[in-house]
Design a protein around this ligand. Sequence first.
Ligand code: PMP
Length: 363
Amino acid sequence: MSNKIAALARANVRALTPYQSARRLGGNGDVWLNANEYPLAVPFDLRQQTLNRYPECQPKQVIERYAAYAGVTTDQLLVCRGADEGIELLIRAFCEPGKDAVLFCPPTYGMYHVSAETFGVEHRTVAARDNWQLNLPAIAAQLDGVKVVYVCSPNNPTGNVINPDDIRQLLEMTRGKALVVADEAYIEFCPQATLSSWLQDYPQLVILRTLSKAFALAGLRCGFTLANAEVIELLMKVIAPYPLSTPVADIAAQALSEQGLVLMREHTRQLIANREKLIADLRECGCVEQVYNSDTNYVLARFTNSSLVFKNLWDQGIILRDQNTQPGLSGCLRISIGTREECDRVIAALQALAGASVSREQA
Ligand code: PMP
């Protein structure tokens, strides 16, 4: 019976490996450092009680406040169910299944691939260079038929900002041919790197943002797409009639109030301080081969025996993200920046592991 049902599904969906989100991967931890979330819950009030009514499709106060925060006009903005929905809406509005393609540069965020697969749209990859910057000549050679290029900056999981001059060149080579989508999910950790002021120069530039990271609201599911009005109008054609529930809009507006922004910036400063200490401490650990600099709320590190480290910390309730299967990232684990105490627990566990293997070697 169930086999027959599976046969009814679209072939690309049958073949699809769904995105392995942190929540799907599970684990039994008390130190959750695998989803780049803010480590502490920020309290909000539920003020809107009108749940008998449908919500606004694009809640006015949220749009106005985010536009002011991001320095764009309200017609250059779309609010949706997380940046993930933005990734998907762009494919739905711009890519013809079986004909058009999307392109991205691994190692990078996994949802570009999964969203393209879900819609039966070809996904083309051009590996990043060794320094995790764009390989522009290789991209230029692959652009035929590409409608959307995703560039994650700063990049997940490597933590680096993509060189803006390279993105400018990419925008020049895609003019009139393809959208360039800058995924700025982590931009609050390096606000000077945003491309939002470039929207006026490039009609095909799109920027993705979220409240899930620096705003400490991963559970809210609220993100934004910034683009020229023509792009936004097309996305508005394919978005669900009521993409955000009333409580989501209510809380998002509070997070974007003046007070909310002050709090977010304070949290960001604290996390950056924790990150720099964690990087320095990791560099002193015997089992760590390399720690990469980061402009985000996570750090990527290469370990001498990453599966041992991952498992050993997992067993102690410290949950990291394994990046071994990403191209060029063998031996790498990604560690989200937690509270100072959580970072210290990671270091203590790594030091204990290194100590244990030294004493084994000496025995
Ligand atoms: N882009 C990147 C680079 C991310 O890391 C994430 C979150 N994992 C997202 C988009 C999706 O964010 P959201 O929670 O807003 O859907």
